[in-house]
Design a protein around this ligand. Sequence first.
Ligand SMILES: Cc1ncc(COP(=O)(O)O)c(C=O)c1O
Length: 461
Amino acid sequence: MKPGTSEAARRDLAYHLHPTTDLAGIQRDGPLVISGGDGVYVVDDAGNRYLEGMAGLWCAGLGFSERRLAEAAYRQMKELPFYHAFSGKVAAVSTELAERMVAIAPAGLSKVFFANSGSEANDSAVKMVWYYNNALGRPDKKKVISRKRAYHGVTIAAASLTGLPFAHSDFDVPTARFLHTETPHHWRGAKAGESEEAYAARLADELERLILFEGADTVAAFIAEPVMGAGGVIVPPATYFEQVQRVLAKHDVLMIADEVICGFGRTGNMFGSQTYGIRPDILTCAKMMTSGYQPMSAMLVSPTIYGVLEEQSRKLGVFGHGFTYSGHPVPAAVALETLRIYEERRLVEHVREISPLLQDGLKALADHPLVGEARGVGLIGGLELVRDKSTKASFDAKAAVGAQVVRNAQRRGLIVRVLPSDVIAVCPPLVIEAHEIRALLDGVAGALDDTWAWVRENSLV
Ligand SMILES: Cc1ncc(COP(=O)(O)O)c(C=O)c1O
């Protein structure tokens, strides 16, 4: 049976409003209905098996069949299926997770707030920054600077932080107080002969000019993903965060690290902040925190910020921010078990050991006539497709060449994703083994060859 044509697919089309989807396209092509998982593979309702080269949505670090997580959830459901953390109460397992999170977090973060999604964690971070500056008597210091092509989620503040047109168009975001500075993409943005360091210095200067133009007394925070994910897998140029943080410190602007994709080993350290020398005042994370098996996110803050929140709460009588499911015991139990497994199986070390195979394989694909740049770090990578390698000219977006690569990969039993600007992303489960990385690379190479033939047949080059 052709994927997308089953009875389940027909029912889905009738009733389901899909997130982040071409709603007209899905009516034409049907959804791929996934009904099972096995290690780094998933299986559709027609029995076709796919190597999940995106770990779902950059999240299933332990793959798709880790029984220990199912058992941890079931145990917790039997013991205490729900409790909350409002007004002086807490489930014991949430405390245990908070303690564990602080132990593994980058230095300088001492308290954890729990939420349910990356977007909620980032919305919470924005609210913390505003509350903090109100508490300090700086009511004008509220603007948050993000970057073009950043992805920070889709709730109102998170969508405002996001720097991608698809998340803004017709949704009346970004709202006021959100600004976007340049994307740190050396391959596209650097001048001829400009080193990564010189390019990073230029971007830091640009950021400083923006802060001065707006007035440093109105700029509260800067937010960045260590490696930009959904905006195109953009790895920062050498010294970028060092130079940016120098500017932030000079103007008393807080650093928020969005570790929703990079957190929990993706870049070869527990957090991307450690890979790139980021010293965050606030850190947000989600996704691989539970291997994606349960919805949960977290925001960690520095002792300085926490001290101000506590003092202000004393004045107001309450810290008025929280979700019913903040620190929910079931995802908390699953997160704790996930972190235990990461440690027992030395998965961060595994990423460091195995990632050269993925990165070297992607680099080798830079020779393909469709590929302009291959980039990545750890177990995340991207191939940017171009129409002309010498000028770096992209294909017309309407040609949807990247989507064709995704379709061809799927036909070959591999799931990858196309991001804006025709970037093909790979971000497999952390548990992937060498032979599976080779299969992933073979699938991508084959999909590129199929697409190259299609591009020539359709006179797109
Ligand atoms: C870096 C980053 N931040 C935030 C988010 C939003 O997370 P969620 O979809 O859980 O709201 C994402 C989602 O992909 C992300 O990649």
